[in-house]
Design a protein around this ligand. Structure first.
Ligand code: PFF
Length: 458
């Protein structure tokens, strides 16, 4: 039986769902920490250039392919290029979804644990002591069952939302959670800026320090542009496939990019003003969120409220992203295998949860899987997906349009919903070519670094 394709209920719902996918742990934790460490506004300028030149064209490319085919990645490539190998780009996307969600779900669980911890006053004993906070965090994540317990809760919520469908689940919850994320972050940013000494945090984030911007910082900005916009694994193809012809795709893509960037910066402001006002160390990596902040919040008046607010908003951001990742897998089984939404979501949500449990175990929970390259399975999945699978997927998407589907077909689809706008083919060709070339270079650089022990750049 052919199932009728689900569609978004409104334009706003689609934009909030797509930006919900983009806005995630990457914005609230990763962007502030890498921008702070790589030259502040100098890094941000490069990052913005990457988003506008590479990111924008690939977001649009994915939306166009999805809307045109009304199918998720594997079916979409198969429909546009029947009986060719292009469908493997779709499979790569489904594989990336498995890899990303397995570790992303574990981090989602950590966030949930920290909401509970903050609510129950668990941060109080960490006030002003990042060392103690570090011990608490390490003991928790290297435990055997506790992190898995929280991961299962996170994944269950994610599965529950998706089972309710595109409009009744994903769209409905994105419309509730995205505005809440923005409001909570804005409140936290204002709180941070009004703290004495908070403006030092602004300087850390927004003063351009070009001398700190290295070649590797530039490569990092490019890679992060991909991850933060959820590109290269067909998420935006899948979300685009639930669109009708009236939607202006350029306009929607600009909204997604704007919200993603604005929220990343707001997160940077909220975090660094608070951290600097209390004289804490703006640490890098997971430490910033799970170690520094829990030791800083209890030093503020009403610390429990601020801490809880922060982790709730982070939870919502992680959830709207995780939903979009699982939807890629679900949509594959619905579109290609004719499964019901419920069956696809529960079965594969469960499989990913089990793989994720092994990511968690690999951090020290007794079962020590050190992976092929001598790193934990968790880091392996993270590196494999964000350094290789996403950029490779994005690059092939651009090449597909340039070489196989053709710019004229692409423009015909893009023009639906943009009646009065003339899209110059040369511009599209240039942007997609730059996008593909830049990504090819990043991947080559990464692979070269693995084999030669030193990157060409960075
Ligand atoms: N964009 C998300 C973040 O910044 O956290 C992560 C992500 C979501 C990556 C969905 C890829 C994806 F398909």
């Amino acid at each position: 039986m052919i199932q009728k394709r689900e569609h978004w209920g409104s334009r706003m719902g689609f934009i909030l769902a797509a930006s919900g996918s983009a806005v995630g742990i990457g914005n609230i934790w990763k962007y502030p920490s890498i921008a702070g460490q790589n030259g502040g506004a100098a890094f941000t300028l490069v990052y913005l250039a990457c988003i506008l030149v590479v990111g924008l064209s690939i977001v649009i490319a994915e939306f166009v392919i999805g809307r045109n085919t009304q199918l998720s990645p594997v079916g979409a490539f198969e429909k546009l290029a029947p009986n060719t190998s292009w469908k493997w780009v779709g499979f790569l996307g489904v594989g990336s979804a498995f890899a990303i969600l397995s570790f992303y779900g574990v981090v989602g669980g950590w966030i949930f644990k920290y909401i509970i911890m903050s609510l129950t006053g668990g941060f109080d004993t960490l006030a002003g002591s990042p060392d103690t906070a570090g011990n608490v965090f390490n003991t928790f994540i290297t435990g055997l069952w506790a992190p898995v317990f929280y991961q299962v809760i996170f994944m269950t919520v994610c599965i529950w939302v998706i089972i309710h469908g595109v409009k009744g689940g994903i769209e409905k919850w994105s419309k509730i959670m995205m505005p809440l994320i923005i409001i909570l972050l804005a409140v936290l940013a204002v709180r941070g800026m009004t703290l004495p000494g908070g403006s030092e945090g602004l300087a850390f984030l927004f003063n351009p320090r070009f001398e700190e911007l290295t070649a590797s910082g530039i490569v990092l900005a490019l890679g992060h542009a991909f991850f933060t916009l959820s590109l290269g694994m067909g998420t935006m193809i899948t979300y685009g496939s639930y669109l009708g012809k009236k939607e202006n795709l350029l306009n929607s893509a600009l909204w997604v990019i704007f919200l993603d960037t604005a929220i990343a910066m707001l997160a940077g402001v909220a975090i660094f003003t608070t951290v600097f006002a209390l004289g804490a160390n703006p640490a890098e990596g997971p430490g910033l969120i799970f170690v520094v902040l829990p030791s800083v919040f209890p030093q503020l008046a009403g610390g429990t409220v601020w801490g809880t607010m922060f982790f709730i908003l982070l939870f919502m951001a992680a959830l709207t992203s995780a939903i979009s990742i699982l939807e890629v897998v679900t949509a594959y089984f619905i579109d290609q295998k004719g499964w019901s939404r419920k069956k696809a979501t529960i079965r594969f949500g469960a499989v990913i949860t089990v793989v994720g449990a092994f990511c968690s175990f690999s951090l020290g929970g007794g079962i020590n899987i050190t992976g092929i390259f001598g790193i934990s399975f968790f880091d392996f999945m993270d590196g494999l997906s964000s350094k290789y699978m996403l950029p490779i997927g994005g690059m092939f998407t651009a090449i597909f349009i340039l070489k196989k589907w053709g710019i004229p077909n692409f423009i015909n689809e893009l023009k639906n919903g943009m009646d009065h706008f003339n899209v110059p083919p040369a511009l599209i060709r240039t942007l997609l070519t730059i996008g593909a070339a830049v990504v090819a270079f990043i991947i080559f650089n990464e692979i070269y670094a693995v084999f030669a022990g030193k990157a060409l750049i960075g």
